[in-house]
Design a protein around this ligand. Structure first.
Ligand SMILES: *Cc1c(COP(=O)(O)O)cnc(C)c1O
Length: 473
């Protein structure tokens, strides 16, 4: 170690000195002393590391190592502890089910139910009629079965958990037959073959990427077959020379051979969206009508509720899943149940659901209405007279996102923001750093604000954001 480094290390502030400064500045408020001491230790330790790194030729030689500097740094970190990290943002991307932005926004009723149910105690696992222990799924079982036509329902943490649990309960140590065209990966490293392996099911792949025939499934059935699995390909499509076997044929095969058939629907929608210009896809009710034994889907994709994994199907099959010990590890909590129950109530009237569930409303809103909202926002922004910024209106496309309805572009209208003085990337970054961040798209040197995912109530945040970009706020 050279002498300069040795001297520098000697000048490192003592923890007590830093603490004293903080104490005098009254910087302890709202944080216990142990945490402050630990932060002091971290900061001084990082200073020591900087000195040693500079010796190795890595970093540059550190500046003055005063206790004041350390105290300021500690204070900054203490303040940051009081900032909420998880916050609301404005989704201006036009991606309706944006997994990174929390997927489905909840309806007002769901929020009220969360507060009502969790402010005090609840009957989460208490049967009020009998005065004895109850079952948590029972709070949503009836409504789910009534809307879907299923015999029984189980709810878990998310659809990945639903798939894992179902595979484990029905096919552990046994072969699960899947088409090679359905061995998909969806976002967040969820891959069907890997989930299967973790579940203990043995993957028996059949057919090819683009074509799988009935005989492929039929020939694969053997004494050790536990399950026939069909997976919604969600985020991709195979086009051209393709063939897949319909669920009804798989159900018939399953019946003949006495093997349960499962369908992982991914998004799972109760409303037929072809009326609104989307490709026809079977609804959850239609899928269950085929006689399939069990289906799984997400609570926060097209259903528009909280994160959850919904398992619907035959009672005998679901009884096997309920008894599985993994069920306890993957179980749903009371906040989610409260929100799911409120969301499901909208589906008692499917025509109303399209208006009342926000993701369905965003998907199906006529582009003329989106345009009206865009013109109102444009008006508001132009009235701000921000000299550096130019706003205009443009036709564009939104996406469903969340692996739902891929390849289907949804016409939309965006407000574009451009500036001669401020680079687009800087505008985008400033919008992200606001108190209520605005997450936007960039296209050809303009920031795009997609009105399909922006509500009128969020206009105030956008006005504030634009003033901020222009340096007025
Ligand atoms: C999205 C999806 C999942 C995972 O659902 P999460 O709710 O995100 O856990 C599983 N399978 C398919 C086919 C999907 O599209």
């Amino acid at each position: 170690m050279d002498d300069k480094i040795r001297e520098l290390l000697k000048t490192l502030p003592k923890i007590d000195e830093v603490l004293l400064i903080l104490e005098n500045d009254d910087a302890f408020k709202g944080v216990s002393r142990d945490i402050v001491v630990e932060k002091c230790r971290q900061v001084v330790e990082e200073m020591r590391k900087d000195i040693l790194d500079s010796e190795k030729g890595g970093g540059k030689t550190p500046g003055p190592l005063s206790p004041d500097r350390a105290a300021r740094e500690v204070q900054k970190r203490l303040l940051a502890l009081h900032d909420y990290s998880l916050r609301r943002v404005v989704n201006a991307t036009g991606i309706i089910l944006h997994t990174n932005l929390g997927r489905a926004p909840l309806c007002g009723e769901a929020l009220k139910r969360i507060i009502d149910v969790s402010e005090g105690y609840s009957n989460l696992e208490f049967n009020l009629d009998k005065g004895e222990r109850g079952i948590r799924y029972d709070h949503v079982k009836d409504i789910l079965c009534c809307v879907s036509g299923a015999e029984d329902a189980i709810i878990v943490n998310n659809n990945a958990a639903a798939v894992l649990l179902t595979l484990n309960a029905l096919s552990e140590g046994k072969e699960a037959i899947v088409s090679r065209g359905e061995l998909i990966e969806i976002g967040g490293a969820f891959r069907i073959p890997e989930v299967m392996e973790k579940s203990g099911a043995i993957l028996r792949e059949v057919g090819t990427t683009n074509r799988t025939h009935f005989s492929d499934y039929d020939n694969a059935v053997c004494g050790n077959t536990g399950l026939i699995l069909k997976v919604h390909t969600s985020n991709f499509k195979v086009l051209g020379f393709t063939d897949e076997i319909g669920l009804d044929e798989l159900v018939a095969l399953g019946k003949k051979k006495d093997i349960p058939v499962m369908n992982d629907l991914g998004s799972g929608c109760f409303v037929q969206l072809d009326k609104y210009g989307f490709e026809r896809e079977p609804t959850v009710q239609e899928v269950l009508k085929t006689g399939v034994d069990v289906v799984t889907f997400s609570g926060d994709k097209l259903l528009g509720g909280p994160q959850a994994g919904i398992i619907l199907g035959k009672k005998t099959i679901l009884d096997r899943i309920k008894k599985n010990p993994l069920n306890r590890a993957l179980r749903i909590d009371k906040l989610t149940l409260a929100a799911l129950e409120a969301t499901m109530m909208h589906y008692l009237d499917l025509d109303r659901a399209v208006c009342d569930v926000r993701v369905l409303r965003s998907l199906t809103e006529p582009v003329a209405d989106v345009e009206k909202r865009a013109r109102r926002l444009l008006d508001l922004l132009e009235k701000l007279s921000l000299k550096d910024l130019t706003f205009s209106i443009m036709k564009e496309h939104s996406m469903a996102g969340g692996g739902s309805l891929p390849t289907q572009e949804i016409p939309t209208v965006v407000v574009t923001v451009s500036s001669r003085g401020i680079p687009t990337s800087r505008m985008e970054r400033r919008l992200r750093k606001l108190e209520v961040p605005i997450i936007a798209r960039i296209f050809e040197d303009q920031v795009l604000l997609d009105l399909r995912t922006i509500t009128e109530e969020e206009f105030v945040f956008i006005e504030e954001g634009m003033k901020h970009i222009a340096g007025l706020a």
